[in-house]
Design a protein around this ligand. Structure first.
Ligand code: PHB
Ligand code: FE
Length: 339
């Protein structure tokens, strides 16, 4: 069977990305980063790492792996831990990054089978992007809800979907729609789940001299036109206070280990959150958030959200650079409020 390799000339990865030739049967390339090895077949992503008893190989469903990798790439390794599943993931050291296997799973760690390796974040990102490009076939959009992208992730490699995986993340400076800032989404279609969301715009009447300073937009309209899921985008910025609203459907593709307190405001519908200990994964709470509910997610947990009906969620982040250190050293309690 002839193999497609459209990425070879147009988007050859930087020379420091270690990749092998396409597998003759499936068309997918294997990759290496440090001591980690990555390969995929028709259904699965395989990650292996060295242990004192030889290499250990771990299997994830390829769609779940690609959805998680998409988040790691789009969010530049995000805050704290990005667990692809209970075994494999990344830890952001802001400038550097750790990839880990079994480190936050006591059975592996206690048996001496876990592995952690630290990388320059830019180098690790180049490999992550190269894997994402190579392993996503045409028609599979790792940012979309399952119903909106189908099962194009299964089977041998067939083309690619560079447009979907290289989508620019919204990087608002102050607020979408201000001159020179990120655009509003009026040109995008309203998502099928949000057909009933009012589309009226606020009237803005600034006093002379305040044009370009006073601004407002319809956030529900803006979110109703989001074409991705589980992608909190910076949508208003006030010093370190970042409002990151997002639309959620199916499962948050990562299990996020917080390195700071995050606030959630459930804007519509419902999300159920499984909350567990960040270090061990021991279950701590099941939180059902209904429209209007507000929750503070502590700094010492991991969590994953489940949303049957596409819902709108506001994630409120504090981007202060010293927060991970303050929480890790115990100088700040893991909760924002003691009751
Ligand atoms: C989170 O980990 O807090 C998080 C990540 C992605 C989302 C929502 C919440 O879409
Ligand atoms: Fe989180």
């Amino acid at each position: 069977m002839a193999m497609l390799d459209s990425s070879a000339t147009r988007l050859a990865p930087p020379p420091d990305v270690k990749r092998g030739p396409p597998d003759p049967k499936t068309g997918y390339r294997p990759f290496e980063l440090g001591q980690f090895r990555f390969s995929r077949d028709e259904y699965f992503a395989l990650v292996s790492w060295p242990t004192p008893r030889g290499r250990l190989e771990h299997r994830l469903s390829a769609d779940a792996f690609l959805r998680a990798l998409m988040r790691d790439v789009a969010w530049n390794f995000f805050y704290g831990l990005v667990n692809f599943d209970p075994v494999f993931g990344s830890r952001n050291l802001y400038g550097r990054v750790e990839l880990f296997a079994g480190r936050y799973l006591p059975a592996y760690r206690d048996a001496g089978l876990s592995y952690v390796e630290e990388f320059d974040a830019t180098e690790a990102m180049a490999t992550c992007k190269a894997i994402l490009r190579d392993w996503c076939s045409a028609g599979f959009d790792p940012f979309a809800s399952p119903e909106e992208t189908g099962n194009a992730w299964a089977g041998p490699k067939q083309g690619d979907n560079l447009a979907a995986i290289e989508r620019n993340r919204v990087a608002t400076q102050r607020m979408p729609g201000l001159p020179g800032d990120s655009p509003l989404r009026d040109a995008l279609p309203i998502n099928r789940a949000f057909a009933d969301v009012p589309q009226d715009d606020p009237v803005i009447e600034p006093e002379p001299g305040f044009e370009g300073a006073l601004h407002a937009f319809n956030l529900f309209k803006y979110l109703s036109r989001s074409d991705v899921t589980w992608n909190p985008s910076v949508t208003s910025v006030c010093r370190d206070s970042l409002f990151c609203p997002t639309t959620e459907e199916y499962i948050l593709p990562i299990i996020h280990g917080n390195d700071r307190v995050e606030w959630f405001v459930q804007l519509t519908d419902e999300i159920e959150w499984e909350v567990a200990d960040k270090e061990t994964g021991a279950p701590r709470a099941l939180v059902l958030m209904k429209a209007g509910d507000v929750a503070a997610m502590p700094a010492d947990i991991r969590h994953q959200g489940f949303s049957t009906r596409r819902s709108m969620l506001l994630v409120w982040e504090n981007a202060r650079r010293d927060l991970p250190r303050l929480y890790e050293s115990g100088q700040l309690p893991a909760y924002p409020v003691e009751f």
